[in-house]
Design a protein around this ligand. Structure first.
Ligand SMILES: NC(=O)c1ccc[n+]([C@@H]2O[C@H](COP(=O)([O-])OP(=O)(O)OC[C@H]3O[C@@H](n4cnc5c(N)ncnc54)[C@H](O)[C@@H]3O)[C@@H](O)[C@H]2O)c1
Length: 371
């Protein structure tokens, strides 16, 4: 396969990230098929045509089903709001396309189960937008954990905080609607859960409490609308590997811009990472001389693959969009039949969805719930 035809549905925040990734993946990695940007869909013909011109797509439409029916499209990026993921991804798979779908997989668990079942029967490749597992730092942390650099992992803490909902007067939008899901759990929680799955194999049981800091928000029509989602979640975890864990999520945390703080406590050391400083991590080793014990900060460099594909110089740093380019490359490796591609397909994504719904159930029933 020398080329692959790409369709893109949605051109907001994530749509642009996917478009950048499809444009950059070949120049960055050099291998695999060259993406041909075939067809783009948006809500209006005008917006679709404008974005197609900006992103470099040949055709545009306001009917996403026309994009999926296009025989030139071989892989579809689904970057629309959560409520559309199941319908669009299933239609694309049934039309024989590979699918790269943004997180969360779906709003209802039954929809996620259908997506996994259709993917299983389709023989096509699926990938979810769990970009944070693609960070060369996270890959190196996994290597360190697997090699026993901090001994047996006893306890982990994951905090994901941003402040885009912190202002009580921030406008009501689709993330405040129940049709988008529970709120912080499926908007944020799925990301730490993808890291937990990648680093430790997943979650066995959960105990959660959800919080709604503001009961209503101003709406576009000048009135106020009742908020339907939970911006805060506090969760106790038991991991599959036996370790205990804590996950704290907050979309209304003033001052936090893109925090995903990870602490991994082992029997001989600790690893600390924060997405807000995504080009470094800290390692504490109890084997260092007592007078010199402390956290060492390690900056990313070409030795942390695939950093070297972007920049030959150490310490210069990658950004969020580079994670999406790596994710795109892993998807293309999987489509090409390569073993070991690091993507979360719909099958493994369903495990993350089960954990999210177990957390919501735990909140409703006030008890531990098995995943
Ligand atoms: N992986 C990540 O780190 C990450 C970050 C942010 C958002 N997301 C996910 O990406 C998805 C989109 O979020 P966003 O922030 O980009 O939203 P957004 O509102 O910026 O963009 C959504 C786009 O979809 C378009 N759209 C809506 N309905 C459509 C339809 N029927 N046909 C064609 N286009 C349609 C909208 O016009 C809009 O341009 C969400 O599921 C969100 O959870 C993932």
């Amino acid at each position: 396969m020398t080329t692959i035809g790409v369709g893109l549905i949605g051109t907001g925040y994530m749509g642009k990230c996917h478009a950048l990734a499809w444009n950059a993946v070949k120049p960055v990695f050099g291998d695999g098929p060259r993406p041909r940007l075939v067809h783009l869909a948006e809500v209006s013909p005008e917006l679709a045509a404008r974005r197609a011109g900006e992103f470099g797509f040949d055709k545009s439409t306001s009917d996403w089903r026309a994009l999926i029916a296009d025989p030139e499209v071989e892989v579809v990026s689904v970057t629309t709001p959560n409520a559309f993921h199941a319908e669009m991804a299933i239609a694309a798979l049934e039309a024989g396309k590979h699918v790269w779908c943004e997180k969360p997989m779906a709003v209802a668990l039954a929809d996620a189960e259908r997506m996994a079942a259709v993917a299983r029967g389709s023989g096509r490749v699926t990938a979810l937008g769990y970009n944070y597992i693609q960070n060369p730092v996270i890959r190196h942390i996994r290597r360190l954990v697997d090699e026993g650099a901090i001994g047996a992992v006893n306890h982990v803490r994951f905090e994901m905080d941003e402040d885009f909902m912190a202002d009580p007067e921030a406008l009501f939008y689709w993330k405040s609607e129940a049709s988008s899901g529970y709120g912080a759990l499926d908007d944020f929680g799925v990301h730490p859960l993808s890291l937990i799955q990648y680093l430790f194999g997943g979650v066995r049981r959960v105990m959660a409490q959800l919080g709604m800091p503001y009961a209503d928000r101003p709406s576009r029509d000048g009135g106020r609308r009742k908020v339907e989602t939970w911006d805060i979640a506090s969760v106790l975890l038991q991991l599959r590997n036996g370790a205990s864990g804590v996950m704290a999520l907050d979309r209304s945390a003033w001052g936090r811009k893109g925090r995903i703080a990870v602490q991994i406590f082992g029997s001989t050391g600790t690893i600390v990472y924060d997405q807000e400083r995504m080009n470094e991590f800290q390692l504490y080793s109890a084997s260092a001389p007592a007078a010199e014990q402390g956290f060492r900060t390690i900056l990313t460099a070409p030795v942390h693959a695939p950093y070297e594909k972007f920049i030959p110089a150490p310490g210069h740093g990658l950004g969020f969009n580079e994670l999406k380019i790596i994710e795109c490359h892993e998807l293309l490796r999987a489509i090409g039949g390569e073993a070991g591609a690091q993507i979360v397909g719909f099958e493994r994504g369903l495990e993350i969805e089960r954990a999210v719904h177990a957390m919501a159930q735990s909140h409703r029933e006030g008890r531990w719930v098995e995943v």
